[in-house]
Design a protein around this ligand. Structure first.
Ligand SMILES: [Zn+2]
Length: 326
């Protein structure tokens, strides 16, 4: 077992040893010092780096979007620094700070990842572990729409970050819509449960505006293999079509069929009557069309995500460098 390694039998090793690749001698001829980069540093210190998780919007689309959500902060420049990754500069540091604290933004229901620019920043899509997603609690009885109840009910999914305006105003009662911080790799059940004030377990239907699911065909995020637009050879490519209007939603169901409460019956009627209004995001359709055209490049994010899971090494294209794990 403990035979000494016979180097003379190893052709590769010996040939490498005999013919080393000559290393060019590089003499440093110039040195960049702080003074040389000062102006550029000052230029970008009022900038943020951002990208959409699960999509790579084209530059003109992103520029329009950024100016729409952050226009009041004085957007100076929207520059492409990597596939789907943008550097957005603001006129002042103060406004840049305000943007960083202005709350969550979504592009076609997908979270916009925003971080402050720094001289040593790595322009890549780091693996993201926690993200905010919008969750709809279909037909949730009005008495459970308060912050206390909502926080408890969605705690099974994650931390409730906020309630949307229509839910807060009690304008739309066919569902409650809340922003929840979730882990990208957690389960996303379609039904969750809670025990109501009468001790009865309630099955609560859940709908998600978007999910951080990965596709096994293209590695992209936000869709599964059934909805993938990049089919293997031999398949026809899927084209974009408007999302079908949701005509019916199922509502909460009591688990004891002998004792159905009036509440649930009413909720069903509500949702049928006003089902047309179910679409929560006004701009959704527009961005769907625009970002679908860019689906080809969706996989960078997901490769980062996979990298996080340790199965695929990521990136390499554009200016992006390999993203660190964690
Ligand atoms: Zn796919």
């Amino acid at each position: 077992m403990n035979k000494p390694i016979n180097l003379t039998n190893n052709e590769n090793l010996s040939s490498n040893d005999c013919n080393p690749i000559p290393t060019p001698v590089l003499t440093p001829v110039v040195t960049i010092d702080f003074d040389d980069i000062k102006e550029e540093l000052e230029l970008w210190e009022s900038a943020v780096v951002c990208y959409v998780l699960g999509a790579n919007p084209l530059q003109n689309v992103m520029e329009g979007y950024v100016r729409r959500i952050w226009g009041k902060f004085g957007v100076d420049k929207v520059s492409l620094v990597g596939k789907g990754i943008y550097l957005v500069r603001f006129a002042t540091m103060e406004n840049c700070e305000k943007v960083l604290h202005s709350g969550f933004q979504f592009f076609d229901s997908k979270p916009l990842i925003v971080k402050p620019w720094s001289p040593d920043i790595n322009f890549s899509k780091d693996p993201i572990k926690k993200i905010p997603i919008w969750v709809q609690l279909q037909g949730l009885d009005v008495k459970y729409r308060g912050d206390k109840s909502l926080t408890k009910i969605v705690s099974q999914l994650g931390v409730m970050l906020k309630v949307d305006q229509a839910t807060k105003n009690r304008d739309k009662l066919m569902y409650a819509r809340v922003l929840v911080e979730v882990s990208v790799d957690q389960p996303f059940p379609e039904v969750i449960h809670f025990i109501n004030e009468k001790g009865i377990q309630v099955d609560q239907q859940v709908k998600y505006d978007w999910l951080p699911v990965s596709c096994t065909i293209c590695g992209g995020m936000g869709h599964d293999k059934v909805k993938c637009t990049r089919k293997p050879p031999g398949h026809t490519r899927k084209v974009w079509v408007p999302k079908p209007v949701q005509l019916e939603t199922t509502t909460t169901q009591p688990i004891q069929p002998v004792e159905p409460t009036n509440v649930f019956v009413q909720a069903t009627k509500f949702s049928r009557i006003v089902g047309q209004q179910l679409k929560p995001v006004v701009t959704s359709t527009t961005y769907q069309a625009l970002s679908e055209s860019d689906n080809e490049v969706e996989s960078d994010v997901d490769m980062s995500m996979k990298n996080h899971a340790g199965s695929v090494h990521s990136l390499g294209r554009g200016v992006a460098s390999p993203s660190p794990n964690g």
